[in-house]
Design a protein around this ligand. Structure first.
Ligand code: AMP
Ligand code: MG
Length: 333
């Protein structure tokens, strides 16, 4: 799908909510208010829609996104809750608290949206408009803040328009957002840890847990913008295959796996153990949508190495190359 020709601005009546749900179902991008800031929403299970979302934001890296759902029951289909997570959900949902949890079996969220991690960030927003859109759509919605990467988060429609006019299909205008800062993010994978301070104060979270939050496993990662997903054995900083990667490969050695890009395969592709193409047509949106799932599949081939053909650095190519480089460093310490 190409860039949307225009941006529709609607109110919050039933027809607008229905239009938003239909737009999401068609793979479109919808900006809508939550109690924290305006979110840029996409169908969390649709990897192409998620790739378009990263492109619209102009993110230089694929930060994992928060999946928004209507209630705890829907969240339990995505993630495994331990006792602490259950207590926090009961106390603060709906509300400005995000939980990072192990993915549930059969979690439908696109690999790209979780950046290939085995964990998923989930939140139940309180804002009535967000709730209505989630209910009408009936499935999880990923929704990072509706601004261009590096700009401040939008708390009014005017901010969204200033950043994303022509890049988002639909904006549901629900006025100014009440909280105005992002959600607090708590990882419940082992000892609960605060990954990002936000709309729910630390003290309130600690009171609900009955003990102090653990230190986040790592200091804030400047490239991640906010919370650093973190630490060996707890949260992987980024997806890393076990198989070493060889980037910008012009050819393939016998037995290597090949992660291809574009219509012309690298020399020796016929001798590869397995070949997967990020986008035979050379489309960077399609390539982003396939990136993590293809890496996982090639990793499972247990070849000595995954040769990766060059991917252009324009548009989403910058984020794709960023993730490939991180995946390579992770695999070859
Ligand atoms: P935003 O959607 O812009 O409010 O930010 C989402 C934040 O959630 C990012 O800073 C991510 O680093 C963090 N996040 C999302 N998923 C995960 C995860 N699986 N593990 C750790 N942090 C996560
Ligand atoms: Mg943001």
């Amino acid at each position: 799908m190409t860039a949307p020709p225009g941006t529709r601005l609607l109110g919050t009546d039933a027809a607008a909510i229905e239009a938003a749900a239909q737009c999401l179902a068609a793979g479109g991008l919808v900006a809508f208010p939550t109690e924290t800031v305006y979110g840029l929403g996409a169908d969390a299970a649709d990897s192409r829609a998620v790739a378009r979302l990263y492109e619209a934001k102009g993110r230089p890296a694929f930060n994992p996104l928060i999946a928004h759902v209507t209630d705890v029951g829907a969240a339990r289909k995505l993630a495994r809750f331990d006792a602490d997570a259950g207590r926090l959900a009961e106390e603060f949902w709906p509300g400005p608290l995000t939980l990072v949890l192990p993915k549930a079996e059969g979690c439908p969220i696109a690999e790209l949206a979780t950046a290939g991690l085995d964990t998923v960030a989930v939140r139940v927003p309180r804002h009535a408009v967000a709730q209505n859109i989630l209910a009408a759509f009936g499935k999880p919605i990923v929704a990072p803040s509706a601004n261009r990467s590096g700009h401040v988060s939008p708390t009014q429609t005017a901010h969204v328009l200033a950043d994303l006019r022509g890049r988002v299909d639909l904006i549901v205008d629900g006025g100014a957002t009440p909280v105005g800062i992002e959600s607090s993010i708590v990882a419940c994978i082992g000892e609960p840890a605060l990954l990002r301070p936000g709309g729910v104060p630390r003290e309130a979270i600690e009171r609900a847990l009955g003990r102090p939050l653990a230190q986040p496993p790592r200091p804030v990662d400047a490239t991640a913008g906010s919370a650093a997903p973190a630490a060996p054995g707890m949260l992987a900083a980024h997806y890393a295959p076990r198989t070493p990667l060889r980037l910008d490969a012009g050819g393939v050695a016998p037995g290597e796996a090949l992660l291809a890009f574009g219509p012309r395969l690298a020399a020796g592709a016929d001798r590869a153990a397995r070949v997967l193409n990020l986008s035979p047509g050379g489309d960077l949106i399609e390539a982003a949508a396939n990136l993590f799932s293809h890496l996982r599949s090639l990793d499972a081939a247990a070849a000595p190495c995954i040769a990766v053909m060059p991917v252009p650095h324009s548009g989403l190519g910058e984020a794709i190359n960023d993730r490939l480089q991180r995946a390579r460093r992770g695999a070859t310490p």
